[in-house]
Design a protein around this ligand. Sequence first.
Ligand code: ZN
Ligand code: FE
Length: 254
Amino acid sequence: MSIEIVTVACRSDNYAFLVRAGERTALVDAPEAEPIVAALSERGWSLDEVWITHHHADHVEGLAGLRSAHPGLSVTGARRDAHRLPKLDREVGDGDAFQFQGHAVNVMDASGHTVGHVAFHVPDAAAVFTADSLMALGCGRLFEGTPEMMWTTLSALTSLPDDTVVYSGHEYTAANARFALTIEPDNEALKRRAADIEAARAEGRYTVPSTLSEERATNPFLRASLRQVKEGLDMKGADDVTVFAEIRARKDAF
Ligand code: ZN
Ligand code: FE
């Protein structure tokens, strides 16, 4: 049974994703109800499940409206964040797996942006839903977690297969590209990708999802452990987390 994934643009720069298998549809994050309801009705799909990545309003605020339109909705989210998430029907944590229409959905802790953020990996679709952890050419700002936490999260996500498609939560990629070029001005793959991103945005195309292989080649936050990146930052000999923290701090000030 194949899996179809539909990207739904919400609010000013959020993305939500419909995951369709057989006759059931899941939604990853609920930034706002209206565009999601429209995407569903356009396809004649009902909504059965919502998988929430983290507690921020721009990822959960649409849930109330979706619940009233789809009273049978089952909501999945992080057990450790249950106290600050909308009411959960299924609580999950790092290393848990649940089934969606016979497909495994693996839950990965993705703390850093918040503590309790999770990612959902669907191996049968070669898809990982990362929201505000690993993002296209970036990573989420560290509102709650430490650099070490986010580095651990990014390291776990990059250990997924190379062809994994990364469905992240925001259209921040053009700004991320401008920043990435300040870290690795001579990275040819990054220069090409930055040009592609600019062209895509000029035409109003989405830059999400991306692939893990392109993130590995171009995302400065994943590349903090590389000799050439450390040397470029004058941090030869510094440990990976320290270099990651420096890149994150520069991005915050960019
Ligand atoms: Zn967030
Ligand atoms: Fe967000």
